[in-house]
Design a protein. Structure first.
Length: 214
């Protein structure tokens, strides 16, 4: 069976973990939670959660920034680097997009308005970048997503490209061309696997299957 690292950190409640487990299991992927290494695993899923420590990108905390989970930040940063070194597929969600950007040298905007919409299945539309991997997966010109984030990517890390934006120009997805599969989205597809969002998990699985056969 395909196995992926799914780090959460000690502060993530069970109610937040279960949707990721179910989304992965639904496409035949086994989650290995809080793995310290990717040895023996096929990929990495970076899940949502607490704000990334601003010290990672040389900033002081904004008043709205949550207390960081530095152990989780450090673990996930190490796993990102290991995955990229080994060219293992990465799927990053919400906080995961932000961690990916900061781990590679980018920055975050620590507080934005209008994107924290808990419980709304379709909070705002996104427009996928033409010729992006994301657009090929969702195959939609405009797509409405759920949204629970109050931070977003600021300066993009070298190599990362925006794959989708919201109407207010907030980056809603990132990709890393040149790697087998590195895709990050700012919304929560694990909560909507009955929608086209489910294709994100299928594409992640397919990339890992291809990597096994390479």
């Amino acid at each position: 069976m395909i196995k992926v690292a799914l780090p959460f950190g000690s502060r993530t409640p069970e109610s937040k973990r279960e949707p990721y487990r179910l989304a992965l299991a639904g496409v035949g992927i086994q989650a290995v939670e809080n793995a310290a290494t990717l040895a023996g695993l096929d990929g990495l899923l970076l899940a949502g959660g607490s704000d990334v420590d601003p010290a990672m990108y040389g900033a002081l905390p904004h008043p709205e920034t949550e207390e960081p989970d530095r152990d989780r930040d450090n673990l996930e940063t190490a796993l990102v680097r290991e995955a990229l070194d080994r060219d293992l597929p990465i799927l990053a969600i919400c906080r995961g997009l932000q961690l990916l950007n900061t781990a590679l040298g980018g920055t975050l905007v620590q507080h934005i308005e209008g994107h924290r919409c808990p419980g709304q299945r379709e909070a705002h539309p996104v427009a996928a970048t033409p010729n992006s991997r994301l657009k090929s997966i969702l195959n939609l010109d405009r797509y409405a997503v759920n949204s629970r984030h109050h931070q977003c990517a600021g300066r993009l890390a070298g190599g990362l490209v925006a794959a989708a934006t919201a109407p207010d120009s907030v980056v809603e997805a990132l990709e890393l061309p040149g790697k087998r599969f590195v895709l990050a989205v700012q919304w929560h597809p694990e909560d909507r696997t009955d929608s086209p969002d489910g294709r994100l998990f299928e594409s992640f699985r397919d990339a890992m299957r291809l990597a096994r056969g390479a």
